[in-house]
Ligand binder design. Structure first.
Ligand SMILES: Cc1cc2nc3c(=O)[nH]c(=O)nc-3n(C[C@H](O)[C@H](O)[C@H](O)COP(=O)(O)OP(=O)(O)OC[C@H]3O[C@@H](n4cnc5c(N)ncnc54)[C@H](O)[C@@H]3O)c2cc1C
Length: 401
């Protein structure tokens, strides 16, 4: 028995596999789904901190081959009048925010993993795990099993690994359903500024949209109210959601209703959920990364970027700490405050609604909360920098008399 088992080959799992491989560990990633390039629908933005983390494991290039850069955010009111504009991210082009489909991001990371010879098993769904002094064993739905020294739970929002560590830690609905769509209708994106996320603080719906360099408009709409049930989501045709949204957006004079109306079938719905801070992140041989540890509503757009930070910091901790248990403590020490702050800020933004939307720009005393989450200050740069050892917290010095 040797090596590290990563459960989940999504955004966090693929990046963690690459980081652990770079740190010299023998690692196998076990992904529940078969290998497929299917687009599951939604898009996301990667922030400067996420691009910096990817650069540390040599994966920024492959990812930057997808999507398009986003350098600013513009808020308008329900009449379409500009309220405020804020810059997004670092000035360095390689660290610009990028917007892309989630499936493109996942596929880019998995391709890179294959290119580097990282062991990535598909159709391997974890159903149980056991740990003791000798090792940790993962059992899969197909009857196979694998044993290693450490198991990393990168299995997302509904993590089976988290259930093993902390069975009571379940995601809770954060109060918004979120709709995503795309349209290639040139009229829909005509008034949008390139490289800019436009946020419409509508009278009933918070709406966001971007136009890609090839003229495709990506949009989302966040609606406060009861969660959309799984069955309702599965059986409701996209056209029905579209008509309901258009009816809610139409009283406003922003471009939102026309953009949604121009959308054909590329429309999906999901619920914003979050984990409660303070859950158990690790045992002696099992540790969580990504959404499994700190799922947040998407309001700050930091979920994937936080997962990339986890990947780098966990690999550095295992590389630099004197032993495995110290490494897991070190990882949680560095990552928990930042990841849980993202949950708190995202939850605050998600709870806000019309007519007093809290914008990301003024959620905290007029300073840009988003900028502070993505800003590469010296501490974060040191934490992520591959060449800089990850240091243990220093004991507080005794007060002098
Ligand atoms: C609609 C939506 C919009 C979002 N927008 C943004 C955004 O703009 N910016 C941003 O940064 N983030 C955004 N996020 C969040 C971001 O997508 C997540 O934070 C990120 O995908 C987390 O990655 P993950 O690998 O932890 O989880 P996932 O991406 O969910 O990957 C988990 C993987 O584990 C696999 N898996 C699950 N269970 C098992 C099992 N038992 N055995 C083996 N494998 C298993 C799954 O098949 C999957 O491949 C958004 C999320 C959603 C839902």
């Amino acid at each position: 028995m040797s090596g590290i088992l990563v459960i989940g080959g999504g955004v966090a799992g693929s990046a963690t596999g690459l980081a652990l491989q770079k740190a010299g560990f023998e690692v196998t990633v076990h992904e529940a789904h078969p290998r497929t390039g299917a687009d599951i629908g939604a898009f996301l933005t990667l922030a400067s901190n996420g691009m910096q983390a990817l650069a540390q494991i040599g994966a920024a290039g492959p990812v930057a081959g997808h999507g398009f850069p986003v350098t600013g955010m513009r808020f308008v009111d329900e009449s379409g009048a500009r309220l405020e504009s804020v810059p997004l991210g670092e000035d360095e082009p390689s660290l610009h925010y990028r917007c892309m489909r989630r499936a493109e991001l996942g596929a880019a990371l998995q391709e890179e993993a294959h290119r580097r010879g990282l062991a990535l098993r598909y159709s391997a769904r974890l159903v149980a795990l056991e740990e003791d002094d000798k090792g940790v064993t993962a059992r899969f739905a197909d009857g196979s099993s694998a044993t290693g020294e450490l198991l990393v739970g990168a299995d997302g929002l509904r993590s089976a690994v988290r259930v093993h560590l902390d069975p009571a830690a379940l995601p809770v609905y954060a109060g918004q359903s979120i709709f995503y769509g795309y349209t290639r209708d040139p009229a829909a994106g005509a008034g949008l500024e390139p490289d800019t996320l436009t946020m419409v603080r509508g009278s009933r719906v918070l709406f966001g949209c971007l136009v890609s360099p090839v003229g495709e408009t990506f949009w989302f709409a966040r609606l406060r109210g009861p969660a959309v049930g799984a069955e309702e989501a599965a059986v409701t045709p996209p056209g029905t959601w579209r008509d309901r949204l258009v009816a809610l957006l139409r009283p406003d004079r922003s471009p939102a209703a026309d953009i949604v109306r121009a959308t054909e079938d590329k429309l999906m719905v999901t619920n914003a959920v979050r984990l409660t801070p303070g859950i158990r992140w690790h045992s002696r041989r099992v540790v969580l990364v990504g959404d499994a540890a700190h799922a947040a509503p998407p309001a700050t757009g930091q979920g994937a970027s936080m997962a990339f930070e986890d990947a780098v910091v966990l690999a550095k901790a295992l590389r630099d700490a004197p032993h495995r248990e110290a490494a897991l403590e070190l990882y949680a020490h560095h990552r928990r405050p930042r990841a849980e702050r993202n949950i708190a800020v995202s939850a605050l933004l998600t709870a806000s609604g019309p007519p007093d939307w809290i914008s990301i720009a003024n959620a905290r005393g007029g300073r840009s909360t988003l900028r502070r989450l993505s800003h590469l200050d010296e501490g974060l740069l040191r934490q992520l920098d591959w060449a800089t050892p990850l240091t243990a917290p220093t004991a507080p010095t005794a007060p002098t008399a």
